[in-house]
Design a protein around this ligand. Sequence first.
Ligand code: GAP
Length: 457
Amino acid sequence: MANPVPGKLTMEKLVSLCQRRGFIFPSSDIYGGLSGCWDYGPVGVELKRNIKEAWWRSIVQERDDMVGLDTSILMNSSVWEASGHVSSFSDPLVECKVCHLRWKADDLVENKCPACGGELTEERMFNTMFKTFIGPVEEEASVVYLRPETAQGMFVNFQNALNTSRKRLPFGVAQQGKAFRNEITTGNFIFRSREFEIMEFEYFVKPGTDKEWFDYWVEERFNWYVKLGIKKEHLGLYEHPRENLAHYARNCTDITYLFPHGQAELEGIANRTDFDLKQHGAASGKSVEYFDNETNEHYVPYIVEPSAGVDRAVLAFLCDAYDEEIVNDDLRVLFHFHPDIAPVKVAVLPLSRKENLAALAKDVHADLRPCFATQYDDTQAIGRRYRRQDELGTPFSVTIDFQSLEDKMATIRERDTLNQIRVPIPALRDTLQAKLAGEDLFVLPEGGQIWKQESSG
Ligand code: GAP
C-alpha cells in the first residue's frame, strides 16, 4: 500500500469529519435535510458554546463598560419598519427561465444561469426577512418577522439598559442569539445558512469620539481571534468602499478569514452613527437622548457595532485547527483547538476494561469531571482511542494502565506534541489545570516523570 500523504483541508473533508465525529449534521437529516439549516451534534454543541462563552467573558464579564441582554426573536413589526428592514433588507434576485433556479444577482460572474447556462430574468428585489403570524389569525395585521439580526433588540432597549445598569457613556450592550435570513442562495457548509447565530454588541459613544472607538474595536476584535488560536496570516481586514455601505453605516470594516472557499467575512464592525436611535426615537415618540452630566449636554449617542457570526466563527476555528500529519507511517488527523474552546478538555482512557483497572479509572474520572469537560472512553484499542480524541481536538488524554494499580500514577498525553508525562494520581487535577492554562508539559509536579518524548510532533 502506498504511504499516506498529509493533504490540505477541503470543505468536503471537513463536512465529512464533522458529521462522522458528531460536530455538525444536516438539519432534518433522515428526511433529506433542509437547505441552509444545520444541527450541532454532541461535540459541535460544546465547541459552539465554548466560543460563545469565550466571547461573552471577554466582551461582557471582563469589562466594566458592557452589559448583556437577551431580547426576544419576535418583535413589534414597527421595529422593522423604523429600522429600514421592511423597505430595504433585500437582495437582487434573478431566476433562470429554463431551469427556474433562483440566484442572487450579486453573486453571478456572468449574466447566465450557473447551473444550466439558461437566460435569466430581470433583477427584482427580494426581502430576506422570514414572515410569520402572531396569534391565531393569519392576516396582514398580525404579521411578525423572525429577526434577521439581534441588534434591534438592543437599540430599542437602550434606555432600559442604561437606566437599570447606571452606566455612563461610553458603554455597550451585548447579546448572542439566533437570526434568520431567507438567503436566496446558501452554501459553503455553515458559512451562509438561513438560520444562524450572531454575537454582537452596540457600543454607545459621544458623537465625535466614534472614529477612535471604531479603530479600537477593530483591533480588539481582530486580536480576540488571534488569542484563541487563529493564525494571524489567515485573518484579514477589508474596509468597505463608501458606495457599498449599508444604509445605516458611515464606515464598515470586515474581519475576514481564509476559508477553504476563499477569504470571506467573519465579522463586520460598523460605525452606525446615530441612525438607529434616531429612527426608533422618531417612530416610537420616545426619547433616545443621553444626558452627559460632565458637559451638561443632551445628545443622541453614536454607535459602533462589532457583529460576528457564531457559525462562521465555528467554521473558522475548525478550519484553522485542522491538521494532518504522518505518525509512525500512519495519517493522523487532528484539531489543534485552543484549550478554552476545545469541546473535550481531558479524556480518561483505561488501558483495559478489567474490573480493577476500570474502578480506578472511574475514580479518576469522577475526580476530574467537576473541573473540566471530560470524556471517559474504554471502547477500543488505546491507539484508536487516541486518534479519536485527536479528531475531537482533546488537548490531553489520561491513561490508566496496570502499573497505575501499583504505583498510583497515570500518564498524561499531550495532543499536539504526543509527549507524555507520568504523574501521581492525586496531582492529576492541578497538573491538568496548569497544562490547560498553558504551562509546558515537562514542568512536573512532585513525583512526576517524563514518560515519552517524541523527537518530532
Ligand atoms: N447587526 C449587524 C449585522 O447583522 P451582518 O454583517 O449582516 O451585520 C453579522 O451580520 C454577521 O453575521 C456577519 O459578519 C456574518 O459573520 C454572520 N452572517 C450574516 N449572514 C449570515 C448567514 N446567512 N449565515 C451565517 N452567518 C451569517
